[in-house]
Design a protein around this ligand. Structure first.
Ligand SMILES: [Zn+2]
Length: 305
């Protein structure tokens, strides 16, 4: 009897004199390297789908660049993304996604690169071309950007000054119920309701930084809770002084409001690989760096034609 538990695992039972023998047969999918180039015309999701990327891989891309690009507000028509990734094959057919090995994102002329690297301790993460971690202390967009309805609507750049004055944050118009994330690791110092803020959450991150999330529909954390970056802390709503569902997000440094869109420029630098490991890292990314440059060149040529 053959019990097929999954495409990768089968148990074979064979009759013997005294009963049955069980043998496990495991299979390994083949890894095939693939490349994809996408140009944003309406949204990252559509561009990714058109290029044959799975939803999971598009989310992974967004995760890799989540510390440097605000996927709700930054992408522009004409932005380009190049990806080198692995596809898992079984019996000559696509079986699943492997990891993204290297990728570059050109946003309004500025190019960000990220490379997958396993360090000498065995930890795998993404780093830029000089070995600085792509994982930043704060997410650029503290909500599920795929639900931000105003993507590519030029009007979205105008904050809702009418309802909140003075306006000291960024507004993300999104449907009620859109998940809101903790921008960074921290502790909830306030979670409650006031007439201007509606349902709101304040999070303290280390000594210096506090983030505010206003007009929430539901709160998913309590005062005093510890939160991790990317954890869902509530959902978008229009409670308090808000004309429509949106997240009002504020960033405070030492008690002073800063523009969340530009504050990352003054935040502490992300972790770098140890100096001693840089030569090994640079050697490991030499080939993918050339591959990404080749993809960008091919696209420029195609556009010139
Ligand atoms: Zn606002």
């Amino acid at each position: 009897m053959r019990h097929v538990q999954s495409p990768l695992l089968t148990t074979l039972y064979q009759r013997t004199e005294g009963g049955f023998d069980a043998t496990q047969i495991t299979r390994e999918p083949e890894r095939r390297e693939r490349e994809a180039s996408l140009t944003i015309e309406s949204s990252l999701f559509l561009a990714g789908t058109d290029a044959g990327l799975s939803d999971g891989m598009i989310m992974e891309l967004a995760g890799i660049f989540g510390g440097v690009i605000d996927f709700a507000l930054d992408p522009r028509v004409g932005d380009t993304i190049h990806v080198i990734y692995e596809e898992l094959m079984l019996d000559g057919r696509r079986f699943g996604d492997g990891p993204i090995l290297a990728t570059s994102f050109t946003n309004r002329g500025e190019t960000f690169e990220a490379y997958r690297y396993t360090d000498l301790e065995g930890d795998t993460s993404y780093y830029n071309e000089s070995g600085v971690s792509m994982r930043k202390a704060f997410l650029r967009a503290p909500l599920d950007f795929t639900r931000v309805s105003s993507n590519f609507n030029p009007n979205r750049l105008h904050p809702i000054y009418k309802t909140e004055r003075p306006h000291r944050g960024t507004d993300y118009a999104a449907p009620r119920g859109t998940p809101v994330y903790a921008a960074g690791d921290g502790r909830v110092i306030e979670a409650g309701y006031t007439r201007p803020n509606g349902n709101y959450i304040f999070i303290q991150h280390g000594e210096q930084f506090v983030t505010h999330y206003l007009h929430l529909h539901r709160l998913k954390v309590k005062k005093g809770s510890k939160v991790k970056q990317g954890q869902v802390i509530g959902t978008v709503g229009s409670t308090g002084a808000a004309t429509g569902p949106h997240l009002h997000y504020e960033f405070l440094v030492n008690g002073v409001h800063r523009n969340p869109r530009t504050v990352h420029k003054i935040l502490p630098k992300a972790r770098s690989l140890p100096e001693a490991e840089i030569p090994r890292y640079l050697a490991s990314i030499r080939q993918p760096t050339q591959q990404l440059a080749g993809l960008r060149n091919a696209q420029h040529l195609a556009q010139a034609e």
